[in-house]
Design a protein around this ligand. Structure first.
Ligand code: NAG
Ligand code: NAG
Ligand code: MG
Length: 261
């Protein structure tokens, strides 16, 4: 439970130490870690970072490319602090309440769709090292991180996963990761504690140039065509949850780090 926080803490200590930060610096200062290169880009003057985050989570602020520069520290502290965990717990607890009260057919076709990154697996060690602003997003570096297979389980999501399995709901992972990352993703899911699933769906090349909403809607429709019933659907991006065949209920996990359409 505390292992994610502990790992991040250790990571921060290692990074801070290796940068030789002065002893007078308070610990866990995320801004010490982020690069100061580049400007924040998109930014609404006078809007508080909490209001910005609320706007993001409610899908009122869409299509953004970067965290406003003045909110990068705020987002870093949010992601590494207890609020992120608490907000996630509210979502997953509501999700299980829905699962528990839904009348399942119990024929093995009741499924729950989980997104992977920032829903099932957390890339926080990567972002803690590279910065929370997204303007420095480097797909080469990010893919190198993915290939390490060291993403952590989101603890509240892992709990939900286990509880859903315990009531007879099967799990389908539907991820924007590409088909060539199947082996590492499967290995990483297992290492993080997700040992069984009905399907692991990755983005095939036939979807190149298509939005996540299109890709995920199409794949969910295929699941329904195979006779599955999507009882619930959880993701950190609205593009995991919008579109068609979305499921009987959708659940939005927090993610103020990046936006995928
Ligand atoms: C992106 O990351 C790769 C791998 O770490 C690095 O070699 C490259 O210089 C980075 N590109 C930019 C623009 O920072
Ligand atoms: C669940 O969703 C399916 C597909 O949209 C729908 O046919 C069904 O009536 C829903 N069931 C409940 C109990 O809401
Ligand atoms: Mg995601």
């Amino acid at each position: 439970m505390a292992s994610l926080i502990l790992q991040i803490f250790l990571l921060l200590v290692i990074v801070a130490t290796s940068q030789g930060s002065p002893v007078s610096d308070p610990p866990l200062q995320i801004h010490l870690l982020r690069s100061r290169l580049g400007s924040g880009g998109h930014h609404i003057p006078g809007v508080s970072c909490l209001s910005w985050r609320l706007g993001v989570e409610t899908n009122n602020i869409i299509g953004w490319k970067t965290v406003p520069e003045e909110c990068e520290d705020y987002v870093g502290h949010y992601m590494l602090g207890k609020q992120y965990r608490e907000d996630s717990a509210v979502v997953t607890e509501e999700a299980f309440t829905h699962a528990k009260t839904f009348k399942l057919a119990g024929d093995g076709k009741d499924i729950w769709v989980f997104d992977v990154d920032e829903t099932t697996l957390s890339n926080l060690p990567y972002y803690a090292k590279h910065g929370f602003g997204a303007e420095l997003y480097n797909s080469t570096a990010f893919n190198q991180w993915v290939l390490t297979g060291k993403a952590l389980a989101l603890p509240e999501s892992l709990k939900l996963y286990r509880k859903l399995l315990s009531v007879g709901i099967k799990v389908v992972f539907l991820t924007g990761r590409t088909e060539d990352q199947r082996a590492v993703t499967s290995h990483n899911l297992n290492a993080a504690g997700y040992h069984v699933w009905e399907h692991l769906i990755l983005r095939s090349s036939s979807y190149s140039g298509k939005t996540a909403v299109f890709y995920k809607s199409s794949e969910r429709a295929k699941l329904e065509k195979k006779g599955y019933r999507i009882i619930g659907n959880i993701g950190d991006q609205w593009s995991d949850l919008l579109g068609t065949s979305v499921g009987n209920r959708t659940f939005k996990l927090p993610d103020p780090m990046y936006y995928i359409s």
